[in-house]
Design a protein around this ligand. Structure first.
Ligand SMILES: *Cc1c(COP(=O)(O)O)cnc(C)c1O
Length: 444
């Protein structure tokens, strides 16, 4: 499989023996994490702040010594843990006492049984919304950042950084504030006000870059290779192998909240594609450990039409993802050159799923549909997943008789502009009963 190295792994700035970390302590403790292994050639490397294979430049991922013992014991141990992602510490690259370190304790968000939405969409097999707007900075990014922070601590970094489509910048700023790191984060200059404010309010440095996300990411890759970026842990670049593992917790939580059962179908938004690939990895681990029954599941990827490089490749039957210039209201998903695109294609095809996209109008409709049926206000990324779910049902691709989980990865308050024009006061009146009566709203 062809690997795109441009977005994550510039071949000239990183290799397995080029460590720009501060001082990684000799007693490095990242719990069950055993090594980094190349997703392409399988070569293994010692744990460190590296992200590309020295031999083939493939992306690195964390390999584990997963816990032994019976599934019953492990389930009990997890269920007795904290109500955060740290209940899954035995399956993550973090020390066993991670919950006691200063952090935001993200995760264990609600899995909402969405019966009203199910009726509206004609789903009979059980429809659930995994609502990650309930995280500390109101997006799923708190999960991935929490893991990257532990890696940054272990490797002796003192500054946290990232290239972000918005939510990541806020999550890094907040986590750095709590954990006592300096932060300096980079975003496209034209993001929604809610994202900019949330990235700035935690007191770290926030830099707007004149360009789109792919420009920001390219800039950060250069910064890593430069003395200017020395001692910096970029959560989604040189700490990316650890960062990505945080998304596995979505898989763990969904299954535990379903009573240690796999869902039949999951609809996941795609920006870089990391989250989708790691949810698949998490589900595979649960099967391997015997925590859930080994049965098939289908993974569906969701994009906005205005930034749909992966769904375009999927529909064309291609293995290669051709970069696009994003133009969509779903800015948190606006990555035109998704690093994990080829792996997403692989997973969608292997599991019998699909990748689909919806236009901005359908995204807005879907935000309002979810709000009106379930009382959940999603950001545009949630509009993408709900909109794609609806479209996949209409097209007969998603089976409405199966248990389906749809991800909402962010809070609607961050993208108010998407719905502001069509969500206003029904009427504005003088404070009198006569005026209210005259407005014609009161119905029995
Ligand atoms: C970052 C993000 C995603 C997915 O990101 P990946 O790069 O695909 O892991 C999904 N939704 C929201 C709201 C995000 O901020």
């Amino acid at each position: 499989m062809a690997v795109q190295t441009a977005a994550t792994a510039p071949a000239n700035t990183s290799s397995a023996d080029d460590s720009s970390a501060g001082t990684a302590p000799a007693d490095l403790d990242l719990g069950p994490a055993a090594a980094l292994s190349c997703r392409e050639c399988g070569e293994r490397f010692a744990l460190g702040p590296i992200f590309a294979c020295a031999s083939c430049f493939g992306p690195l991922e964390v390999a584990y010594d997963l816990p032994s013992g019976s599934p019953e014991e492990l389930r009990k141990r997890i269920e007795a843990g904290p109500n955060s992602i740290w209940r899954y510490a035995p399956l993550l690259p973090v020390p066993a006492d991670v919950a006691e370190k200063p952090n935001l304790n993200p995760g264990f968000t609600k899995l909402v049984k969405a019966d009203n939405l199910a009726r509206e969409l004609g789903v009979t097999g059980g429809l659930y919304v995994k609502d990650d707007s309930g995280n500390p900075t109101h997006s799923f990014k708190d999960r991935v950042v929490a893991i990257a922070v532990e890696a940054a601590r272990a490797f002796g970094f003192t500054t946290l950084s990232c290239s972000s489509t918005g939510n990541l910048a806020g999550a890094v700023g907040a986590a750095a504030a709590r954990a006592g790191f300096r932060s300096c984060v980079f975003i496209p200059h034209d993001l929604e006000q809610g994202k900019v404010v949330m990235a700035a309010v935690y007191g770290g440095e926030l830099v707007g870059i004149e360009g789109n996300y792919d420009d920001v990411n390219r800039f950060c890759s250069e910064l890593i290779g430069d003395p200017l970026g020395e001692g910096w842990g970029f959560v989604n670049v040189n700490l990316r192998p650890y960062y990505g593992e945080g998304s596995k917790t979505l898989a763990y939580e969904i299954c535990e909240q379903l009573g240690w059962r796999l869902p039949d179908q999951i609809v996941i938004p795609i920006a870089s594609g990391s989250q989708l690939t790691k949810i698949d990895k998490g589900l595979q681990e649960l099967i391997e450990l015997g925590l859930v029954e080994d049965k098939p599941y289908k993974i569906f990827g969701a994009q906005a039409e205005g930034c749909s490089p992966v769904s375009t490749a999927f529909k064309a039957g291609l293995d290669v993802v051709r970069p696009q210039k994003p133009d969509t209201i779903a800015k948190s998903l606006a990555i035109g050159n998704p690093a994990d695109g080829p792996y997403v294609l692989d997973i969608a095809r292997r599991t019998g799923g699909a990748v689909e996209d919806v236009d901005d109008e359908r995204i807005v409709d879907a935000i309002k549909l979810l709000a009106r049926t379930e009382g959940i206000f999603a950001e545009t990324a949630g509009g993408v997943t709900v909109g794609v779910t609806k479209k996949l049902i209409e097209n007969g691709v998603l089976d409405p008789s199966l248990t389906t989980v749809v991800l909402n990865t962010g809070d609607g308050l961050k993208t108010l502009d998407a719905v502001a024009a069509t969500s206003q006061a029904t009427a504005t009146i003088r404070p009198s009963l006569d005026a209210f009566r005259a407005a014609g709203l009161a119905t029995a």
